[in-house]
Design a protein around this ligand. Structure first.
Ligand SMILES: [Mn+2]
Length: 336
């Protein structure tokens, strides 16, 4: 019988992992719940099976992810660039998780480019750019964490999935789907969640840690933004919200504080697309969110140097905030 491509990649992975002495797990720049969940799930697995492994992040990530099992051993490159480089340079296997191009690995890009090691890529974004030894790319999956669950099972370590690993995997699934709102209409996802609960994952604890763990200033910022900064255009079909550097300062903004804000306007019945503009240093970052039937990944790719998923994409521009918003207003008509 002809084996399908996925199983060839799985067999290769098995061999590469067996031969690896030290493994680095790399999330994308600005790690989110899915990226950190995937890295920590695999890190916990590798430690459990007696492999040396380490998670190295390009930069810091939100506090509500810092309770994840194994977080204490994460190396953050922006805290200690030399240490991050030294650690990666001792590894002979690298997992690129929840992204598919080294340019999304932030400052770690140069170190990774130069590294003589095997690369395994597991990701659910479109069009992988990295030429890895193993590429597992499944854009139709809810999350990289769901893929990591399958991967662990398929390489033969399914019985090693314990409470800690299950907790990391579930955290990625639930954050990447907006609490199972989008990209999650596949029964397989729920079979996996049931299995994770059987392994001891405490769903209520995960939700408590992820969502009831913010500081007051985030809620004040949320109130300010939706009261003062939200604009509805195109007969209420498109919501625009924005945040300036000055406003960030005023509300003691920390990375991750606006996580989830772009989804909120979608709860208005007329709104099909929401775009959040955030000033960041000298550029403007955009988060695009939409309802089913209103893909935003093309809009992000064609006009804002970005891309992503059909209903959740990102982009960036060096235009000023007002110019970026005007650009969106000029282009959006073709996408609704
Ligand atoms: Mn993801």
């Amino acid at each position: 019988m002809k084996k399908n491509l996925y199983y060839i990649e799985i067999e290769k992975s098995r061999e590469i992992i067996a031969n690896a002495n030290k493994i680095a797990l790399i999330p994308h720049f600005g790690p989110d719940g899915d990226a950190m969940g995937a890295c920590l799930a695999l890190n916990n697995l590798f430690e459990k099976i007696g492999k040396q492994s380490v998670v190295v992040t390009p930069n810091d990530y939100p506090d509500n992810l810092k309770w994840l099992p194994g977080n204490g051993r994460v190396v953050i490159s922006t805290d200690d660039k030399q240490k991050a480089a030294d650690v990666i340079n001792t590894c002979d296997l690298v997992f690129i998780l929840d992204h598919n191009a080294l340019r999304r690995s932030g400052d770690l890009e140069d170190v990774l480019q130069e590294l003589d090691a095997k690369f395994i890529l597991i990701d659910h974004h479109l069009n992988p750019e990295l030429d890895a030894d193993v590429t597992i790319s499944r854009p139709f999956k809810s999350s990289t964490c769901e893929m990591v669950y399958d991967f662990i099972n398929d390489i033969g370590y399914g019985d090693k999935i314990d409470k800690d690993i299950a907790t990391c995997i579930y955290s990625g699934i639930v954050t990447d789907t907006g609490n199972l709102c989008h990209n999650s209409s596949n029964a397989a996802t729920y079979h996996i969640i049931a299995e994770l609960m059987d392994r001891g994952m405490d769903k209520e604890l995960v939700h408590e840690e992820l969502y009831n763990n913010f500081n007051l200033s985030r809620i004040e910022l949320m109130g300010y933004i939706f009261n003062n900064k939200m604009e509805l255009i195109e007969d209420g079909k498109v919501a625009i919200i924005s945040l300036t550097n000055e406003e960030k300062k005023k509300y003691n903004y920390n990375d991750g504080d606006i996580e989830g804000f772009a989804n909120i306007p979608l709860s208005i019945s007329t709104v099909k697309i929401c775009v959040l503009f955030t000033e960041k240093d000298n550029l403007v970052k955009m988060s695009f969110r939409s309802k089913k039937g209103y893909p935003v990944n093309f809009l992000a790719a064609e006009h804002f140097n970005g891309g992503g998923h059909e209903n959740a994409s990102g982009g960036r521009t060096y235009k000023k905030l007002s110019g970026a918003i005007k650009h969106l207003k000029d282009k959006i008509t073709n996408y609704i």
